[in-house]
Structures are given as structure tokens and as C-alpha cells.
Write a protein that binds this ligand. Structure first.
Ligand code: ADP
Length: 201
């Protein structure tokens, strides 16, 4: 009986909720019209783990966008050192006082996530020529699949241009037995805490 109503609602981007036996309610499934007025960017990455370089991109992005959605990729193929839950928890902790930052996880195609979230801007960071080629290719392929998507690149801050999650992971793996060195030069404290918790468990 409700089938037609549900189809109609979904075609208008609304999610249907059942409010009791006979009543249907609707909630906005996608962003509401006020949100559409907002400039929202999606910052995707593996964040294995998040570094000061990523944090800097997000903070600077806040001067360009009203909101930033940090999308933590499952990236199962990359065999991450930090499990997805920890990667998300860490980002949430780092930005716990920033109401304009949201953290979500995703797997699958970025363009599909953009479509689901009704977001048109991808934010990425570029540390130098080694990032440039890959990022360019990625942006072009995303734009080929969804021409209305734009990628905005922010140049890495000079003090973080050599900071990478992969080197942080190397330091963690090599330093496990002895010392983690001064990892706080490269990553927020929440990363070090999370790693120590993982070691204990
Ligand atoms: P991915 O697995 O998609 O490469 P990363 O988590 O490694 O994800 O990086 C996410 C984004 O952040 C990428 O655009 C990457 O170039 C950028 N990035 C990584 N490290 C830094 C840094 N130190 N400064 C600025 N941008 C960075």
C-alpha cells in the first residue's frame, strides 16, 4: 500500500521512516536545501594514519569551505596498519572541537560516494611532483566519470611537505621494540595513543 509513496519519496531524495503502523514520515536523505547552499568539500584518503600534513590541509580547507567531510577509505587492498575503526576514531578525536568537520567511512568508487552525499568538490593535498601525476590522473578520471565534480588541490605546507603516512608506518614498525622516536613531529597525539592501545590489545 505504501509502495508508491515510498518510490515517490525516494525519487525526491527523501528517506522514508515508519512512524507507527499507519503513518509514514519522511526525512531528508541527502543534504537539505540549506546544506545545498553551503560549500561542502569531501576530503578522501586512507589516513593510515592521519598526519599533521592532512590536518593542515583540513584546517586550511576550512577557510575555503563551510564544511569538510573527511572520508576515510576502507582501502582493504592497501592492508592498512591501523584498522578502519581506529582511523576514524583518531580523525574524530583530532577534530572533536570542529563542528564543521564530519568524518565518514567509505569503500567503493569515490564518485558514487560523492553522488550519494550530493557533494561536487573533492579536496586533495599535493606535496610535490611525486603526488602531482597520480593526483592529476585521479582527478581526470573522476571528472570523466562525473563531469560536474571538481577537485581542489591545496599545496602542502612547507613544514609538512615531506610527511607521509607510509614513512610514519615504517617508523612505527621499526620502532615497535625500542622507541617510537618523536612521532609527535609528524602525527597528532591521538595516533600515538591509538597505536599504544592496539599494542596492548
Ligand atoms: P590516499 O590513500 O588516497 O593516497 P592518503 O591518506 O595518503 O590517501 O592522502 C590523502 C590526501 O592527502 C592525498 O591527496 C595526499 O596527497 C594528501 N597528503 C598526504 N600527506 C600530505 C601532507 N603531508 N601534506 C599535504 N597533503 C598530504
Amino acid at each position: 500500500m505504501y509502495k508508491q509513496a515510498i518510490c515517490d519519496a525516494e525519487s525526491r531524495g527523501l528517506a522514508v521512516i515508519l512512524l507507527g503502523d499507519y503513518t509514514l514520515g519522511y526525512i531528508e536523505n541527502k543534504r537539505n536545501s540549506r546544506d545545498i547552499m553551503k560549500k561542502i568539500a569531501l576530503y578522501p584518503g586512507t589516513f593510515d594514519p592521519i598526519t599533521h600534513g592532512h590536518v593542515n590541509i583540513i584546517q586550511r580547507g576550512l577557510s575555503l569551505f563551510d564544511e569538510i567531510i573527511v572520508a576515510v577509505s576502507v582501502s582493504a587492498g592497501k592492508n592498512p596498519l591501523f584498522p578502519l575503526k581506529e582511523r576514524i576514531d583518531i580523525v574524530q578525536q583530532v577534530f572533536s572541537h570542529s563542528p564543521r568537520i564530519q568524518v565518514i567511512s567509505f569503500s567503493g568508487l569515490l564518485v558514487d560516494l560523492m553522488h550519494e552525499q550530493n557533494i561536487k568538490i573533492i579536496l586533495r593535498g599535493i606535496r610535490g611532483s611525486s603526488d602531482l601525476e597520480y593526483e592529476f590522473q585521479l582527478a581526470n578520471m573522476n571528472q570523466a566519470m562525473k563531469p560536474d565534480i571538481e577537485t581542489v588541490f591545496l599545496k602542502a605546507a612547507p613544514q609538512y611537505a615531506n610527511v607521509s603516512s607510509s614513512i610514519v608506518r615504517e617508523i612505527i614498525k621499526m620502532g615497535k621494540e625500542r622507541s617510537l622516536g618523536d612521532l609527535s613531529l609528524f602525527v597528532p597525539e591521538a595516533v600515538i595513543d591509538a597505536f599504544q592501545q592496539l599494542e596492548k590489545s
